[in-house]
Design a protein around this ligand. Structure first.
Ligand SMILES: [Zn+2]
Length: 157
């Protein structure tokens, strides 16, 4: 327990006060004799922080939008590109682009950003994730994922 610089009393909460020209960490009654600079060890603030549950913090996450396939397909048509051209621009497999447009494979965030830049579309949205339940939808892809495709491509090189 810290002690008051003035009277030596042991107190839980010390205040920093300017007393007779010196900055001292003192107890409440001694602080009244001087000018309080700040309260460095506020018990009120400390307890409030420890009570705050971590679960209340909402995580803002980037998510690929649900209709990504259609968005990519329409944007590609606007550019008058065929799938081959798009896959060349993105340095991706043509078969992968077919599957993404068909909505069979969801691009991961970094690849979605690449597509966004290539086609000038919006594929990634910020979503609030306030629990574990929300996750299930995005993780339930099953089968081959984009990561697998990229792995295969790198191995073949
Ligand atoms: Zn004191």
């Amino acid at each position: 327990m810290p002690n008051c610089d003035m009277c030596g009393k042991g107190v839980g909460v010390l205040k920093r006060a300017k007393i007779e020209g010196a900055a001292l960490d003192v107890c409440d009654s001694c602080a009244e004799k001087g000018e309080i600079i700040r309260t460095p060890y506020s018990a009120r603030r400390g307890s409030r922080r420890s009570v705050q549950p971590a679960r209340e913090v909402k995580v803002i996450e980037d998510e690929v939008v649900a209709g990504y396939g259609k968005i990519i397909h329409n944007a590609r048509k606007r550019h008058e590109w065929d799938v081959k051209k798009l896959s060349e621009v993105l340095h991706a497999k043509e078969s992968l682009m077919h599957k993404i447009e068909a909505g069979k494979i969801k691009p991961d965030l970094s690849f979605a950003h690449k597509i966004e830049h290539a086609l000038g579309v919006k594929l990634v949205e910020k979503v609030e994730d306030d629990g574990d339940e929300v996750r299930s939808d995005s993780t339930r892809s099953g089968g081959m994922t984009l990561a697998d495709f990229i792995k295969v491509k790198k191995v073949k090189k």
